[in-house]
Design a protein around this ligand. Structure first.
Ligand SMILES: Cc1ncc(C[n+]2csc(CCO)c2C)c(N)n1
Length: 225
């Protein structure tokens, strides 16, 4: 079995638990609080900007032209394409998107997550370590969206476009990321493979925490209240 296939099987219970968490269930019912959606957007806008910069840190780690072109496309997708999904959420919250993101904030959970990626980008020369920390972003969203679509009818649901976006757009991206990780994993040591696994699993847990952060409207102050 390919290395990334095994990783995906291992994180399935985490993804199922994200599906059952209140943020996603609120989307399924179409009654998620507007405050949770706004909190998510304030954090995610900043998160996506940094995510794009982390792709740029991988460029010097790659040699193949195709790979570099792919990273450049992903930077564009994260900066421009994914905003479509954000607009769906802002429409639901009935607040102008530009107004929401103007005072975006780093909350403890989103802050921790992005630093997990920066750490790997600066700590290891091979891109595979960072890619394993980044891959759960598209993977978790794709899997959660597919579960939502399989189990519910979204006709008339205000989050339909969000679900359709992530169920559809992630496949080519996952194939690319998996290819890099599998190639590296084949010649990696046991210790290196253990780090790749840990990075992937931790990011799946970061994804779970990110939705819960928005649902509970986490702030630095709320953690000590
Ligand atoms: C916390 C958080 N995690 C994942 C995504 C989804 N996402 C982020 S970047 C990207 C594409 C990668 O090239 C995808 C699918 C998000 N918006 N926010």
């Amino acid at each position: 079995m390919m290395f990334t296939q095994k990783l995906k099987e291992e994180v399935e219970p985490i993804i199922e638990s994200i599906y059952n968490d209140p943020f996603i269930q609120g989307m399924v019912r179409g009654d998620l609080s507007k405050e949770a959606v706004i909190h998510y957007l304030k954090a995610d806008h900043l998160y996506l900007n940094e995510f794009a910069k982390i792709y740029s840190l991988l460029i010097p780690k790659l040699d193949d032209k195709e790979g570099i072109k792919f990273l450049l496309e992903q930077i564009d997708f994260v900066m421009n394409g994914e905003v479509t999904a954000h607009y769906t959420l802002a429409d639901y919250a009935q607040v102008d998107y530009k107004t929401i993101i103007k005072d975006g904030e780093w909350y403890p959970t989103s802050d921790h997550y992005i630093k997990h990626m920066y750490f790997n980008a600066y700590r290891y020369s091979d891109a595979a370590f960072t890619i394993c920390a980044m891959a759960p972003c598209p993977y978790v969203y794709q899997q959660v969206a597919l579960k939502m679509k399989e189990r519910h009818n979204f006709n008339g649901n205000p989050f339909k476009d969000w679900v359709d976006f992530y169920a559809k757009e992630m496949k080519p991206l996952m194939e690319h990321l998996d290819g890099w990780v599998d190639e590296f994993a084949e010649q990696a040591s046991e210790t290196e493979r253990a780090i790749l696994t840990k990075n992937f699993k931790e990011s799946c847990i970061h994804e779970k925490r990110f939705f819960n952060m928005a649902y509970t409207q986490e702030t630095w102050e709320s953690v000590v209240e």
